[in-house]
Write a protein that binds this ligand. Structure first.
Ligand SMILES: Nc1nc2c(c(=O)[nH]1)N[C@H]1C(S)=C(S)[C@@H](COP(=O)(O)OP(=O)(O)OC[C@H]3O[C@@H](n4cnc5c(=O)[nH]c(N)nc54)[C@H](O)[C@@H]3O)O[C@H]1N2
Ligand SMILES: Nc1nc2c(c(=O)[nH]1)N[C@H]1C(S)=C(S)[C@@H](COP(=O)(O)OP(=O)(O)OC[C@H]3O[C@@H](n4cnc5c(=O)[nH]c(N)nc54)[C@H](O)[C@@H]3O)O[C@H]1N2
Ligand SMILES: [Mo]
Length: 761
């Protein structure tokens, strides 16, 4: 039996050597996912990049952005592509040094520890002297910067989170802001072999735990939770949470002993809640006007939270929004007021359901890692500032108390990510992408980013090469022998970089003389902890389990037991309800304690008069991001061949549309077409359009995406000056029936290609 690991699950596959003919979920997965079906149907899809290509204008006129994204591509041999690219890299490093190269290359790429695309690129660029990097993620941009000031780093929080089994056994009430999403928890970075969200939630419910899901969508929590659904206006959770805090305070339900011993700055925060600092009491009535949640229900919920063992969990989506730091910080503060942080099943969590990893107890050992070398320069951008960087070189910006400058980048290298999937305001990104002299992309598919590049090199899919893999928190380390040979002339990123490194005189630095098989053995043996079998035995067995020392882990248990002996990593060692450090930065959009701040685009904003629907651009159910969007399972979830737009029946009726109709979704930044799905599981006032449908600009009107990519509508606006995080989750839009002749979707075909060069592979 040969297993393979993807970010969304482990599966067995049959193949004829070139083609996967069938996949079956791994027998050890209690809740298998249909996402694995996308792999088979996408592997040899016509949108695979079959050989190297160069954009015609770049090939004929040399480096420069004119025509990028519009011109045809010319097929070239591997020899020619690598010669051209090596010469261009040589030129840029000679003329501009590492500061001229952006190698941030954000993206999820594929599972597998060795062929991790960014790791490969970063090691390669480090051999050349370094590159401009990116920091933080689209996932957790606000959290990664805020939380170290408040409770501890995001990495620690993920590893140390209270185990799901402890919640199932001890919690009386789970209050889940953003739900506990069964669609999201299917995925874990690096792989998720054993899915258990539905059974976990069901077990807790059967024992008597109650769930309250606070979300614009009823199905953001498994049915088995039998949850109460509270649907505030999106983006207003901070107001709701401030009101919950107000009730706890006013009714004497806050745990003063806990607050005194384990936190700092409560007085400053509670003065805001009481209205001492701004004359506005943050009462449930105040919050009702903002959130549309009845004041009586808010008051009662606060009492219920104080009456038993309560877990407050905030999904990652809440912080992927303008002022996303605030509800996250308030989640910590509410849990501190309840005084249950560090107790089994009580306290705070961030991202239960957002990924498979949260609530998985920590492994005894990390997993093998491909060394990336040393970056010779220290220049970076917060990851979601990519368009700003390209459009405004030399301009300064704020980040976590620092004042930094955007570098002037000449060459952009992307390997394992899709900015035309992940970034906001794609029209703006499109114009930003005309700025660099050269854009290089390795991908297996003709993604929108590949279509906006100059040199496109075909990468193998993970099923086409050998590797080993393990999820971020998964004890299972899996051998991943190649299941088929590569599609067309595709090559592994490693092989591509090795050839480029050779041409640039750093071949030995990059490869250390090893081929893939030798690297796998080397990385494994370097890593191998005592008692773990050697490489040959691991490969023969196909997998091994890494020990998990504490299956009943509870977040902050040691801190609770003795806050002096086990302080938090915050400046005070305590939970910071008020942060002197953050206050000292002086950011109006992220003051020293959490507050409700109205975003520019919410249902209470003046703009909502014109754009009355809140777009919820969440993660897609039927795929991971944009990956394998052409796969069968992903396509089956589309409506009229486009991304499904879910609307409440009242909103559909008001617009005279029903399930199956094509609509135009628009705002001042752009528009896209989508297929309507009428569904009572969506709050009125909300239009849910998940990310992931490949960006397909209409040649007649490039501001229109024909396929339903919501990032033509979202704003390229930072969560705050503190984090500069992505705020892509929410935007204001209007929806109307599409009246014109329906344009065809074209991204399921390759772009215009010309077979001029001689193939050599
Ligand atoms: N509006 C809005 N936008 C969002 C979000 C949102 O909530 N709302 N969420 C954001 C979040 S959290 C994230 S993480 C990002 C995700 O953004 P990305 O991670 O950029 O999205 P992916 O589609 O996973 O892109 C990975 C790319 O790598 C390619 N790839 C896979 N394996 C390999 C390989 O071995 N080698 C090479 N060279 N390429 C490979 C895939 O084909 C794919 O094109 O999107 C963000 N964008
Ligand atoms: N199937 C699938 N799973 C995935 C991914 C994928 O692409 N596909 N991507 C993975 C990645 S990279 C990440 S970072 C995680 C992301 O995990 P999350 O950020 O948690 O996922 P989302 O689907 O973006 O959002 C979850 C839910 O939050 C709700 N929500 C949105 N805005 C608000 C709000 O203002 N208030 C409240 N209370 N709720 C709100 C939405 O209804 C949405 O369905 O998911 C991971 N899991
Ligand atoms: Mo993410």
């Amino acid at each position: 039996m040969t297993l393979h690991l993807a970010h969304w699950g482990a599966f067995e596959a049959e193949s004829d050597g070139y083609r996967l003919t069938a996949v079956r979920p791994w027998a050890g997965d209690p809740e298998p996912t249909p996402l694995i079906e996308n792999v088979v149907s996408a592997q040899h899809h016509r949108t695979r990049v079959d050989r190297p290509y160069v954009r015609r204008g770049w090939l004929e006129r040399g480096p420069g952005g004119a025509g990028r994204g519009d011109e045809e591509f010319v097929a070239v041999s591997w020899e020619r592509a690598l010669d051209l690219l090596a010469a261009e890299l040589g030129r840029v490093y000679r003329e501009r040094g590492p500061e001229g190269v952006f190698g941030g290359s954000y993206g999820w790429a594929s599972a597998g520890r060795f062929h991790h695309a960014q790791g490969q690129l970063h090691r390669f660029l480090n051999c050349l002297g370094g590159y401009v990097r990116s920091v933080n993620s689209y996932s957790l941009g606000a959290a990664e910067v805020l939380l170290p000031h408040v409770i501890g780093g995001m990495g620690w929080l993920e590893r140390a989170s209270t185990a799901k089994s402890v919640i199932a056994e001890h919690t009386d009430l789970v209050v889940a802001f953003g739900g506990i999403s069964p669609k999201n928890s299917v995925v874990g970075v690096g792989g998720a072999a054993r899915h258990d969200t539905v059974s976990w939630v069901g077990r807790a419910r059967a024992r008597g735990c109650r769930f309250v899901s606070i979300s614009p969508l009823r199905d953001d929590i498994p049915e088995q939770a039998q949850a109460e659904w509270i649907a505030p206006r999106p983006g207003t959770d901070a107001a709701l949470m401030a009101a919950l805090a107000q009730v706890l305070d006013a009714e004497g339900l806050a745990d003063r002993a806990f607050l005194d011993r384990y936190t700092v700055g409560y007085e400053r925060f509670i003065a805001y809640v009481r209205g001492d600092s701004d004359g506005v009491v943050k009462s449930p009535e105040w919050a009702e006007a903002i959130t549309e949640v009845p004041a009586a229900r808010i008051r009662e919920l606060a009492r219920e939270m104080a009456a038993g063992r309560t877990l407050i969990t905030v999904s990652w989506s809440l912080q992927r929004a303008r002022h996303g730091e605030q509800p996250l910080w308030l989640g910590v503060v509410l849990a501190a007021m309840l005084g249950q942080i560090g107790l089994p099943g009580g306290g705070f969590g961030h991202g239960y359901g957002s990924t498979a990893a949260v609530g998985e107890p920590a492994r005894a050992h990390s997993v093998p890692r491909f060394p990336q070398g040393r970056n010779g320069i220290d220049r970076f951008i917060p990851v979601a500032r990519i368009a700003d960087m390209l459009l405004c070189p030399g301009e300064s910006f704020d980040y976590d108390g620092r004042r930094l400058r955007y570098p002037d980048v000449e060459l952009v290298y992307w390997c394992g990510g899709n900015p035309f999937h992940h970034h906001q305001d794609l029209a703006r990104l499109r114009s930003a992408f005309t700025r660099p002299a050269t854009v290089v992309v390795h991908d297996a598919f003709w993604t929108a980013t590949a279509r906006h590049a100059d040199i496109v090199l075909p990468a193998t899919m993970s099923v086409e090469r050998e590797d080993f893999g393990a999820g971020q928190a998964d004890p299972l380390l899996l051998a991943m022998p190649a299941l088929t040979r590569p599609h067309g002339g595709a090559r592994d990123d490693y092989v591509i970089f090795a050839e480029l490194a050779e041409r640039l005189g750093v071949g030995k630095d990059f490869t250390e003389g090893r081929d893939t098989g030798q690297w796998l053995r080397h990385l494994y043996e370097q890593w191998r902890p005592a008692g773990v079998p050697g490489f040959d035995e691991f490969w023969r067995r196909g997998s091994l389990e890494i020990a998990v020392p504490d299956r009943e882990q509870v977040l902050c248990a040691d801190f609770r037991a003795d806050p002096d002996a086990a302080p938090l990593s915050t400046p005070s060692g305590r939970i910071e309800i008020f942060s002197e450090v953050v206050a000292g930065f002086g950011y109006a959009d992220c003051p020293g304690h959490p507050v409700w701040l109205a975003p520019e685009e919410w249902l209470g904003a003046p703009a909502a008069q014109r754009l009355p629907l809140q777009l919820v651009a969440n993660q897609p159910r039927a795929k991971l991001h944009s990956q394998l969007d052409v796969g069968a399972h992903s396509r089956a979830a589309k409506v009229a061949g486009r991304e499904a737009l879910r609307l409440h029946p009242s909103e559909a009726a008001a617009r005279g549309v029903s399930t199956g109709d094509v609509v135009r979704v628009f705002n001042d930044r752009g528009a896209c077409l989508a297929g309507v799905l009428v569904d009572e599981a969506v709050r009125p006032g909300v239009a849910q359009l998940s990310t992931g449908s490949w960006y397909d600009p209409d040649p007649a009107d490039p501001s229109l995406c024909r396929h339903g990519n919501p990032n033509v509508l979202t704003a390229d606006r930072a969560a705050s000056s503190l984090s500069q995080g992505c705020s892509g989750q929410l935007a204001l839009v209007q929806v109307e029936r599409y009246a014109g002749v329906l344009p065809e979707v074209s991204v399921d075909r390759p772009p215009a290609l010309s077979a001029c060069g001689a193939p050599d592979s």
